[in-house]
Write a protein that binds this ligand. Structure first.
Ligand code: HEC
Length: 148
């Protein structure tokens, strides 16, 4: 008898669990709200993904967004991906040499007034990586290790 009652209760609970999610008791029907009708949903402008920036990096080109970015993007992504630029590290002189090499062998045009802008950008954002050991610790409180 008690077992039978328990089984019925269980059935009702299960049935409710199945049916309840498909029933909406609270939210008003959209049609009942005239102010909602005809409101255009703002569509994302075409090409917006092209401009996506994540963690300061322009996703499409792979280049860091900083001073000179637009110039570099315009001058340095015509023949190859900006990612080829971004995966390199060099000093300003090193970058100048790479540009000269491309001008001499790959048909890169003279950069004119853009060259210093580009070199500044590259040396600042894609300078040689810090290597070697970390900097010395400062303001450390030393203590005597007591061994007994
Ligand atoms: C006229 C076409 C052209 C333009 C514009 C151009 N490059 Fe290149 N670049 C090349 C070619 C071709 C290569 C060789 C690609 C390869 O090895 O597959 C190259 C290679 C590179 C490399 C790789 C070098 C290496 O040693 O691996 C870097 C870095 C680079 N370019 C940076 C730049 C920068 C910075 C600019 C903008 C100032 C730029 N490129 C603009 C044609 C160009």
């Amino acid at each position: 008898m008690l077992l039978g009652l328990a089984a019925v209760v269980l059935c009702v609970v299960l049935l409710y669990a199945i049916v309840a999610p498909s029933m909406d008791f609270s939210s008003p029907q959209p049609a009942a709200n005239p102010q909602n009708q005809g409101t255009p949903v703002a569509a994302a402008p075409a090409g917006v993904e092209e401009e996506e920036i994540v963690d300061g990096v322009h996703v499409a080109s792979g280049l860091i967004v900083a001073e000179g970015f637009e110039t570099v993007r315009a001058q340095c992504t015509a023949c190859h991906s900006g990612k080829l630029v971004a995966q390199n590290r060099a000093t300003r002189t090193g970058w100048k040499e790479m540009i000269t090499w491309m001008q001499n062998t790959q048909g890169l045009w003279p950069l004119g007034d853009n060259e210093p802008i580009i070199l500044d950008y590259l040396a600042t954002n894609y300078g040689p990586e810090e290597t070697g050991r970390r900097a010395n610790l400062e303001e450390v409180e030393w203590y005597i290790l007591e061994l007994d």
